[in-house]
Design a binder for this molecule. Sequence first.
Ligand SMILES: NC(=O)c1ccc[n+]([C@@H]2O[C@H](COP(=O)([O-])OP(=O)(O)OC[C@H]3O[C@@H](n4cnc5c(N)ncnc54)[C@H](O)[C@@H]3O)[C@@H](O)[C@H]2O)c1
Ligand SMILES: [Zn+2]
Length: 696
Amino acid sequence: METASADVPADRAAYLAAVEQVRAAAAAYYGDGTSALDDDTFDRLMRGLAAYEDAHPGDAVADSPTGLVAAGAAGGGDVTHSVPMLSLDNVFDQDGLERWGAGLARRLGREPQGYHVGPKIDGLAVAAYYTGGKLTRLVTRGNGITGEDVSHAIGTVDGLPESLREPLSIEVRGEIVLTNEQFEEANRIRAEYGEPVFSNPRNAAAGTLRATGRAYTIPLSCYAYTLLPGPDAPDDDANSRDLAGRTHSSLMDRLGSLGVRTVADTPVGARTVADLAAARDYIAEVAAGREALPLGIDGIVVKADHPEDQAAAGAGSRAPRWAVAYKFPAVEKTTRIVAVTWATGRTGFLAPRAQLEPVDIAGVTVAFATLHSPGMITKLDLHIGDTVTVRRAGDVIPYVVGPVTALRTGAETPIALPEQCPGCGGEIDSSQERWRCVRGRACDLTRSVEYAVGRDQLDIEGLGPKIVVRLVADGAVADVADLFTLTREQLVAATGSEKNADKILVHIEAAKERPLNRVFCALGVRGTGRSMSRRIARHFGTMAAIQAADIVALQEVEGVGPEKAAMLLAELAELAPVIVKLAAAGVDRPEPQPVTTAPVGADADAGEDAAEALPLAGMTVVATGSMTGPLAELSRNGVNELIERAGGRAGSSVSKSTSLLVAGAGAGSKKTKAESLGVRVVEPEEFAEMVAAYLA
Ligand SMILES: NC(=O)c1ccc[n+]([C@@H]2O[C@H](COP(=O)([O-])OP(=O)(O)OC[C@H]3O[C@@H](n4cnc5c(N)ncnc54)[C@H](O)[C@@H]3O)[C@@H](O)[C@H]2O)c1
Ligand SMILES: [Zn+2]
C-alpha cells in the first residue's frame, strides 16, 4: 500500500531467494546487530516480498517474514507476553497515510474519533511489569509472543522509575534507547575498557539491555507508549476498568502522573489531532527539527486515539490496524570505501576523507565522507574495500559510522596513515587525537590569509589570491595581523603597481574599523565560522573579554558545549600573540551591541526592557535567496549582522522555532519548508522596513 520504492522479485525463484536474504539479514539484525543490509535496503526488499505475495498469493511461503513480528527472526524467550507485542505497518508519505486512514475508516464504517501522533523512537521495545507500584520485571519484545527476561537492567533505565507514585499493578511498554549524549558516554566507557565501540544508539541499546556481568554500567533511557493493566490484575478492578475506557492520549497522561516518562516527554512532544491533515502539520514540524533532537527517531506513529476505534479495528498477526508508522527517509546507507585521501586544513589539522562508491542518501548522492581522525580509523578498524555505514543528516558533513564486518571478504587492505604533512610535506604532530602539521596554521598560510581578507571577514578589497601568495612568499605576511603593518614598499613589490598599493593601503586602514565578530572570524579559530563568531562577539563584546573567558564562561555562548569550549580555549591561547599584534596595530573594535532605545537616565533594569523593545527581540530570523531593495548591497553575513543588531538571532536553517524567513529572489526549499511549517515569510523590502532604524 505504500508508494516508497520496492525491490519486487521477478519470479518464484527470485522470491524464494529474497525471502532467504531477508531472513538472514533480520537474524543478524536482531542477533548481534551486524546485518549486511542497511534498513532502507531491507525495507525495500520487504516491500518487494509483500508486493509479490499480493500478486501471486499461491507462491507465498507459509511463514513469510512479511507476516511476522521482527520478520520472524528475533528469538523468543521464557516469558509469554500478556498481549502480543507487535510491529507497525509503514507509510512513507502523506498519500500513504491518507490511504491507511481511508482503510481504517472503511473497516470502522465511519471516520475514526481522532488520532494521537507521537515520535517513533528508534530503539527496541520492552514490557515493564509493576506490582503494587514496584518495578519487578523487564522483558524484551522477542518474537512478539514471548520475550527474554532482562530484569537485570532494572535501575539502569532513565524514565522507568523503580516505584510508581501509586501502588498499582500495571504493564508499561516503551522504547529503550540511548540518547545521543548517553551514546557518546557509552562509547567513551567502552573505549576505556578496551571494548569495541557501538556503531549506533539502537545497536548500543540492544547490546546493553541484554548484557550481564559487565564491569561498567551504561545508562539507558525509556519512553513509554503503552499502558495496560498488570497481567495478574483482575479484569474488574477499578484500575483495569479505568484504563480500559481511556483514549491513548489519556493513557499517556496517566503514565506521566505515575512518574513514567512517555513519548510525550520527548522534545517534540505528542499531540491529539482531529484528522490526518492535522497530523501532517505535526509530521512536518518534527521532520524539520529531527536533526536537532537529542535522540534518534525514525518516524511518527499515528494511532487511532479512541479505545472503541482500536477495538473495532483490531490487529493482524504482525501489526495492529489502528496504528501506523510514518517513516522518515533513512539517513544511513551502506556503501564501500574505495580510497582514503588526506588533506591539511586551514588550521593545520589533517583531515582524512573516504572516497565512496556513490550512494543516494535521502535524495543526495554521497561520494565522500569524513573519517574525522587517524584515531577514529583505528578505533573503527576501517579498511579500504570495507562496506561501511555512512550517515548524512541535516547540515552535518556525511561521515562513516563504521564497517559492516560481516561483509569482509579478506580482500580489504589497511588504510595507510600519512608520514608527512599532505600540505607542505613537513613533519606531523601525532601526539593528539587529531593529527596536525607541525607548522600549524602556517602550513597553509595563503589560504588562511585569503579567508581573513574575504568579504565577510576583514573585507580588504584589492588583496586578491595572487597578491596574497606573493606577500606570503615574500615573508611580508606571516599571520593575519601582519596585514595591518604592511608597508607601501611591500605592497608595491607584491602588486607591481604604486597606484594599487596605495588603494590597498586605504582599504587596510578601513579594515581596522571592522567590528569584533569579523576580526574574530578572520582569525580562523577552529570550530567557529561566521555565525559562531557573531555569537561569541555579541556575547563578550570585546576581544579582551573573550580572552579573559574561562571554560565555564565560554559555554554561556549558545552552541558551545564543554568540548567546543576546551577547543576554543586552546585556540585562543595559540592565537594570543596574533591578537596582541592586532591590538598594537589598532585593530580592536568592540562588537556593536543591539542599539537600545532606553530613555536616558532610566533605571538599571531599563536596559533589558529596552532590549525587548528591539524590533526582532526574541525572534530567530533566517534569510534566503538574493536580497533586493535596501538590502541588495548586503552579503548574507551582512544581513545576519543586521538581524542581530535589531535584537534577533540569525539562523541558518528553517525549523519550527524559526520566527521569520526573509525570502529574496530565487528562494527555494527554505521557503517551501517555512510555508509548510506556518513560519511567517517576508520579502527583503518588507524586512528592511521592519529594521529600518538599524540599517545603517
Ligand atoms: N538492516 C536490517 O537487516 C534489518 C533487519 C530487520 C529489521 N530492520 C529494521 O527494523 C525495522 C523493523 O522493526 P520492527 O518490526 O520492530 O518494526 P518497527 O520498529 O518499524 O515498528 C514497531 C516498533 O516501533 C517501536 N516504537 C517506537 N516508538 C513507538 C511509539 N510511539 N508507539 C508505538 N511503537 C513505537 C516499538 O518498539 C514497536 O515495537 C525496520 O525499520 C527495518 O528496517 C532492519
Ligand atoms: Zn604542513
